[in-house]
Design a protein around this ligand. Structure first.
Ligand SMILES: [Zn+2]
Length: 294
């Protein structure tokens, strides 16, 4: 009963323009909707999730560019909660580079990541920021990186409620930590799951590596969470387990296209079939470029 009571105080909250998790069931005496913050296309359509306690909050992933990180910070401020923890799921810039903006707004928050990921992120951030800000107008990217600390636990506590930090597995990159929030029947799937966008497959250009990603999808789906928050989405994407099947189908198409294509143009054309309305076209361009450099 304690858990049931605690559910009353937990919700996922979001911003204007964020996707509403219509699939989240109503909870007795509690909140009936959960939301996430989704970046605009310039910000890579990346999801950040704010998990709310009664007085405190946990943020999962910190956005990429300053405009989206500022909007996310506004969302958090509007909840009235103290931001206690920021968890980073993996080393990619779209989940990290906005962390400086978040920390400027919420200096008492503790930025953390899985202990196995921490050295990877620590080594990657500054070169990523240097590379991405080089060609960008001033103000698009933060002027410094914030390196999250290693979390030496398999969970985060939010007002006594567990948020399970899953050991890193292979997704769109080698190490990603998803989060499971049992009290919300929610999996924050990060970049294991893509909804209605092209997936970042530039680091998965062989069938063997894609198979590892699919293995991870199987393990995550077996958790059985009814709400599944993808790493990237378009506004109308559902937050449910259909993201698993959709990601598997996309990856199967990718593997088949890798086998069939004899050129960059052929690979791109094969991947565009049936995917005309997906967001994040740059992810396909980068993936094609990884297979056919130059
Ligand atoms: Zn991402």
């Amino acid at each position: 009963m304690q858990l049931l009571n605690r559910r009353t105080f937990l919700e996922l909250s979001g911003a204007a323009g964020a996707a509403v998790l219509a699939s989240t069931p109503a909870r007795a005496g509690g909140h009936s909707a959960a939301e996430v913050f989704t970046a605009d296309p310039q910000g890579g359509l990346v999801d950040s999730t704010v998990i709310l306690g009664e007085d405190k909050a946990v943020l999962v992933d910190a956005q990429m560019n300053v405009p989206n990180a500022m909007r996310l910070a506004d969302v958090i401020a509007a909840t009235g909660r103290d931001l206690e923890t920021v968890f980073i799921t993996h080393m990619h810039p779209d989940h990290n580079l906005g962390l400086a903006v978040i920390m400027d707004r919420f200096p008492n928050a503790r930025p953390v990541t899985h202990a196995a990921l921490q050295p990877v992120i620590a080594g990657a951030l500054q070169p990523m920021l240097d590379g991405m800000s080089a060609g960008a107008p001033a103000g698009v990217f933060a002027d410094r990186v914030v390196v999250p600390e290693a979390l030496n636990a398999d969970h985060i506590l939010l007002e006594g409620e567990r948020i399970d930090v899953l050991d890193p597995m292979h997704g769109d990159t080698d190490l990603i930590s998803a989060l499971h929030v049992p009290a919300l029947d929610t999996l924050i799937a990060s970049d294991f799951v893509y909804a209605d966008t092209f997936a970042w497959t530039a680091e998965n250009t062989t069938a063997e590596r894609v198979a590892l990603w699919v293995e991870s999808l199987d393990k995550l789906e077996a958790i059985g969470a009814s709400t599944v928050i993808p790493g990237h989405r378009i506004e109308s994407s559902p937050n449910d387990a259909t993201g698993f099947a959709q990601t598997r189908a996309y990856l199967a198409q990718w593997v088949e296209a890798l086998e069939q294509a004899g050129s960059a143009d052929e690979l791109r054309a094969l991947m565009q079939v049936g995917n005309e309305s997906r967001g994040m076209g740059f992810a396909l361009d980068m993936a094609v470029g990884a297979v056919y450099p130059g």
